[in-house]
Design a protein around this ligand. Structure first.
Ligand code: ADP
Ligand code: MG
Length: 280
């Protein structure tokens, strides 16, 4: 079977012609991100034990689980951290298997990871970091400072940030809220097709939470094809972002997938209710 990409207005929305003996012509839209029966080991211990989900273009899925359930393991595996070994299963971006791809390749193909604990990089300003990351994402070796600045002016304003912030060294001395806003700023500028946000809401007070929640909605409004996997163990952020689907992760397995009724069930009975379902 020969496959040819015929349009990619948004890399998350590829349309493919599948041609078989020149007879069949099908238009297929694959999910932005698909995880198939993923098993992952860290330092020899199996942490993820069969995770499957499909995130459509433009959708928001919430992945909820208690501490230690494997949420960050999934996030780091998705971005290709070599410490996390895929022992079976696969990861597909817009229908293409990226399980064996490097982090750089995944990022260039439109995957973005917002870290639970963003690294501090002394000596590298937010501006310079973004300039390099944007150049890599766009496949351009040298992106003009002006172009980056224009985008930064637009987005720092939309996200209610002081533009001088971009002169500071990446995450150095940033408050919890500033770090998380900076992750949203990166997401806005890198124009990903799939964003995995790992506890972007953790450690935020209620005002910062609102700013981050609304910021994510602004980025979505500007990029309708963006699919978001929102990893969290609190429901509060979901006041600002309504997920299309909710998945509950327990001990490295998705034990329930459904609508926002799962969030309500969590509110009343906690994760233990799902533990019992799993045991039954
Ligand atoms: P969560 O993000 O849901 O709190 P994690 O994915 O961070 O959970 O952790 C799940 C399990 O995997 C924990 O038992 C943790 O100790 C283990 N784990 C995760 N990353 C590593 C690592 N780099 N080295 C050793 N163990 C790890
Ligand atoms: Mg975590």
């Amino acid at each position: 079977m020969r496959r040819k990409a015929t349009s990619a207005n948004c890399a998350g929305f590829p349309s493919f012609h599948y041609r078989d003996s020149g007879i069949t012509l099908d238009l297929v839209t694959a999910p932005a991100l698909e995880i198939r029966d993923l098993h992952v080991a860290v330092e020899g211990a199996e942490i993820l034990r069969g995770v499957s989900l499909a995130l459509g273009a433009g959708e928001v899925h919430a992945l909820m689980g208690p501490n230690g359930s494997g949420k960050s393991t999934l996030a780091k595996t998705l971005l290709g951290d070599p410490a996390y070994v895929v022992t079976s299963g696969s990861i597909l971006l817009a229908g293409e298997d990226v399980t064996a791809c490097s982090t750089d390749e995944r990022a260039a193909r439109g995957m973005f990871l917002g870290f639970q604990h963003p690294a501090e990089i002394p000596g590298v300003s937010v501006l310079n970091f973004l300039r390099q990351a944007m150049a890599a994402r766009k496949g351009i070796s040298d992106l003009s400072v002006l172009e980056v600045r224009m985008a930064l002016i637009e987005w720092t304003e939309k996200l209610g940030m002081d533009e001088r912030f971009t002169q500071r060294y990446l995450n150095e001395g940033f408050s919890g809220g500033e770090k998380k806003r900076n992750e949203i700023l990166q997401m806005a500028l890198l124009e990903p097709d799939v964003a995995i946000l790992d506890e972007t809401d953790s450690g935020l007070d209620i005002d910062a939470l609102r700013v981050v929640g609304e910021g994510i909605e602004r980025v979505r409004a500007a990029r309708s094809c963006l699919g978001i996997l929102l990893i969290t163990h609190y429901r509060k952020i979901l006041d600002y972002l309504t997920p299309d689907r909710v998945h509950i992760l327990l001990d490295g397995r998705v034990v329930a997938s459904g609508g926002t009724e799962l969030v309500d069930a969590l509110e009343t009975s906690g994760f233990d209710a799902f533990r019992e379902t799993q045991a039954a």
